[in-house]
Design a protein around this ligand. Structure first.
Ligand code: S3P
Length: 163
């Protein structure tokens, strides 16, 4: 079966849902952020700091093309949909599930986060970024799952009932 690509904003739960689906489906899991760090031997905050966001986006595109497009659950980075080439690739190669989460819920979940360079960049308007990205998530999505107020089990069950 085609791989499932989980897309959504930072804090939408892609990584935890991928892990949960892994045991339910007995598929493998890939995480594009983790693959970037392994492949380029640098952690994400360092890539942003030393190479800049544009280079990070190039790395992200390269890694997306290296993911398994069969029997794998792929947790993607929140900005994977920024590039048109990635949106096209996702649309033709995977079953794409958009984990839709409200701004209020994202703020709650990421209140204490210090690991995400964009989230922690005080000069970026993250709420505006979410609004700007929303049509791009919707453009690639085969399924949209509302995650607000739901736990990982409930979200995973909803995904399994749709695919
Ligand atoms: C980013 C989201 C992060 C990571 C990087 C950039 C973004 O992934 O790829 O920090 O642009 O939204 P998560 O969505 O897993 O936090």
């Amino acid at each position: 079966m085609k791989s499932i690509y989980l897309v959504g904003f930072m804090g939408s739960g892609k990584t935890s849902i991928a892990t949960y689906l892994q045991s339910a489906l007995k598929w493998s899991v890939q995480d594009t952020d983790q693959m970037i760090e392994e492949h380029y031997q640098m952690n994400i905050p360092t890539i942003f700091k030393e190479k800049g966001e544009e280079t990070f986006r190039e790395y992200e595109t390269n890694i997306l093309h290296m993911t398994n497009d069969q029997n794998t659950i792929v947790a993607t980075g929140g900005g994977i949909i920024e590039k048109e080439v990635n949106r096209k690739w996702l649309q033709s190669n995977g079953t794409v599930v958009f984990l839709q989460t409200s701004w209020e819920e994202i703020e709650r979940r990421l209140r204490d986060d210090v690991s995400r360079p964009i989230w922690n960049n005080q000069s970026r308007d993250k709420q505006q970024l979410l609004e700007k990205r929303l049509p791009k998530y919707l453009e690639v999505a085969d399924y949209v799952i509302d995650t607000d107020g739901k736990n990982v089990e409930a979200i995973a069950a909803e995904i399994l009932s749709k695919i």
